[in-house]
Design a protein around this ligand. Structure first.
Ligand SMILES: [Zn+2]
Length: 196
């Protein structure tokens, strides 16, 4: 935007400078006509007129230099605008690309959520109501994790190693007994890797 503003400022400056050149050129032409017409006869007036024509010519040259200088500035502003416009286009392309990838990821995640939700419904339907109730309550209390694997004598919910007495109790418990971590109270899931 700054480059575009500079470019349009230069354009205005150029128009103004060209108008200045035109004015001086017209005035010099009028003076020249008067000189050529022979209507002015006084030597003093003739000298004044010639003097004015000469100074107008110099003034016109100075103003034309200004026009050239402004045109040069305008040209580099135009180049800058073109370069920046190209860069904006490239960045916008990256933004579009990232947005498309994000949207695709959202879609994938939504699909996964739907699948997992359905799977959970099926599994939850097979769990006794009181156990599911306990699990849901623990899950709320324990940051979203109501049950944890017992892995190598350690509760994977709170990462605490279980005491020997607790481990013997769990070892002695029937497979369908719900056992819980003494430390965090989460339901412990026993596997072959529990270290019992
Ligand atoms: Zn625990």
């Amino acid at each position: 935007m700054a480059a575009q503003t500079e470019e349009s400022d230069c354009a205005r400056e150029q128009t103004k400078a060209e108008q200045d050149v035109d004015q001086v050129r017209q005035r010099a032409a009028r003076d020249q006509q008067r000189l050529d017409s022979g209507a002015i006869t006084s030597p003093k007036d003739l000298e004044n007129l010639q003097h004015e024509i000469a100074s107008l010519a110099k003034r016109q040259g100075d103003l034309e230099d200004i026009v050239l200088e402004v045109m040069e500035r305008r040209e580099s502003a135009q180049e800058r605008v073109a370069e920046l416009t190209e860069r904006v286009g490239a960045v916008q392309g990256k933004v579009d690309d990232a947005t498309a990838r994000r949207d695709a990821a959202f879609e994938e995640i939504d699909g996964e959520v739907a699948t997992v939700t359905k799977e959970r419904e099926v599994i939850a339907g097979a769990v006794p109501a009181d156990l599911l109730g306990l699990y849901d309550k623990l899950r709320q209390q324990q940051g979203g994790i109501g049950a944890a694997k017992l892995y190598q004598r350690t509760c994977q919910g709170c990462r605490q190693e279980l005491a020997i007495t607790e481990l013997s109790e769990i070892r002695a418990a029937a497979p369908n007994t719900v056992v819980r971590c003494e430390n965090c109270r989460r339901i412990l899931v026993r596997t072959a890797e529990s270290g019992l």
